[in-house]
Design a protein around this ligand. Structure first.
Ligand SMILES: [Zn+2]
Length: 398
């Protein structure tokens, strides 16, 4: 075939038409595989890597190649007992990845930022009934009243959890372009949002101030991120309470000023005195309860001074009843208590900024991720989370 300039012009026009999104149903960076793997929880403590076809994308959908996803306590509960009745299901709700294919109607994220193939994203809540919701809506809905990828029953798309090679983000999902955050930070967005929300709840009491003595009880990932959030917002006097020296050391790296190991004290009175001493003598102006232990809930009131505040955020599942003395613990001291539960859409934007600031002031957030497993070792990842060997366990895809 003789290629003259007229032919070239025709070829160029054909190529350009091929690139036009109205001619092609979805834009993609290159060839996308037709099949991929997802980790399906098929029974109690039974995860199977299954192959699924990658479905045709709708005009409002996105195909995201999963880069990483944290294992959450919620995942471990589901793995052990199926309390939400989701089996069979693809778990993983702390995920992030890269857009590899995008429907022609998808132009911006839930904050109004442009979205295109190659951008790194996270998802937040799914509002199927009101898909137009953005983070600027002052809705009070949190996870309890909306769906979340990775905590949904299986359906005919299958790719609706982040423990997979790919995930299909569908209409009505809230999604954020987080290309300006590194992968570890992106994996930590969801658990960090829990703490941003908790601190927002604490602030509603009007008690938490920059110069407050603040107790953070429990130095698992949630307590440690709580310390990082407080430190990043400028709170100086943070006292970490835990029973493990290693975790208390970590608490100092995250910004705790002092630590108290409860195992060193024979009873609650001795422990309370040690915490009060660490808080300048009078006790904490504010306390965050970050364990799932009823005894820890009972104890924390003893650490708080008169007129102080408490944010309870440790009980993601029913941990049983806790005993308190309403006279001494609440009335006499006039303690203001708030509960905190997951997060709202708006907390996500705050979380992105928190992660950038934490990095800028040298808080080693990445060190929280102590175990990184490939998808093939998902079972080991669950078991590592359950045995509480490390802090944050995560799946990282190659
Ligand atoms: Zn989670």
């Amino acid at each position: 075939m003789d290629i003259n300039s007229a032919n070239i012009e025709q070829i160029v026009r054909q190529v350009l038409e091929g690139m036009n999104t109205s001619a092609a149903p979805a834009a993609s960076a290159g060839p996308v595989p037709t099949k991929c793997k997802a980790a399906v929880l098929t029974g109690i403590e039974k995860v199977e890597l299954k192959e699924f076809p990658i479905p045709e994308l709708g005009d409002d959908d996105m195909l995201v190649k999963v880069e990483g996803c944290g294992v959450c306590g919620t995942d471990a509960h589901e793995y052990k007992r199926d309390p939400f009745g989701l089996i069979p299901t693809v778990l993983g709700h702390e995920g992030t990845g890269e857009i590899v294919k995008i429907g022609k109607n998808v132009k911006v994220d839930s904050a109004g930022k442009p979205l295109k193939v190659g951008d790194k994203v996270v998802t937040c809540l799914i509002f199927k009934d009101s898909p137009e919701i953005t983070m600027y809506d002052l809705n009070k809905k949190n996870v309890g009243s909306a769906d979340v990828y990775g905590l949904m029953p299986d359906d005919n798309v299958h790719l609706n959890g982040w423990f997979a090679d790919y995930i299909v983000i569908r209409k009505g999902s809230t999604v954020f372009n987080v290309s300006d955050l590194d992968l570890d930070s992106r994996v930590l967005i969801e658990p960090s949002a829990v703490l941003i929300h908790a601190v927002e709840r604490a602030k509603t009491t009007g008690i938490l101030r920059f110069n407050s003595h603040v107790v953070v009880q429990g130095c698992g990932p949630i307590g440690l991120i709580c310390i990082a959030v407080l430190r990043t917002m400028g709170v100086e006097n943070i006292v970490a309470v835990d029973g493990e020296e290693k975790r208390l050391e970590f608490a100092k790296k995250m910004g705790a000023d002092k630590t108290v190991n409860f195992k060193n004290y024979k009873d609650i009175d001795a422990l309370a005195n040690a915490v009060k001493d660490a808080c300048g003598g009078l006790g904490a102006e504010f306390a965050f309860q970050c364990t799932g232990s009823p005894v820890a809930h009972s104890n924390i009131y003893k650490f708080i001074r008169a007129g102080g505040g408490l944010c309870e955020l440790g009980f993601f599942v029913n941990g049983g009843d806790a005993t308190i003395n309403p006279h001494f613990d609440i009335c006499q001291k006039e303690i203001v208590t708030v509960g905190s539960w997951t997060y709202e859409l708006r907390d996500y934007a705050t979380t992105f900024d928190f992660l950038k600031r934490a990095k800028a002031i040298g808080i080693p957030m990445s060190d929280l991720i102590t175990h990184r497993f490939p998808l093939e070792q998902i079972d080991e990842a669950f078991k590592t989370n359950i045995s509480m060997q490390g802090l944050k366990v995560a799946i990282y895809n190659k």
